[in-house]
Design a protein around this ligand. Structure first.
Ligand SMILES: [Zn+2]
Length: 66
């Protein structure tokens, strides 16, 4: 699959019990998306700001306003 933030080839690491998608990108690292977005490069930066230490950044509606 493609990283939705930078467009590089990325891995889908979503476990079955997660509501959303977990993406592992060599450029962006590991992050989650809780909803489908057409473009989330800015949203990922926001998600990283919201993320707690030790947690994956999760892109959700909080990250879209940026
Ligand atoms: Zn990426």
């Amino acid at each position: 699959m493609q990283c939705c933030a930078c467009g590089a080839v990325a891995q889908d690491k979503t476990p079955g019990d997660v509501d959303g998608v977990i993406i592992v990108c060599r450029r962006c690292g590991e992050y989650g998306i809780s909803l489908s977005l057409p473009k989330c490069s800015d949203a990922l930066a926001n998600a990283k700001r919201f993320a707690q230490a030790g947690q994956w950044p999760i892109i959700d509606t909080r990250c879209i306003w940026g």
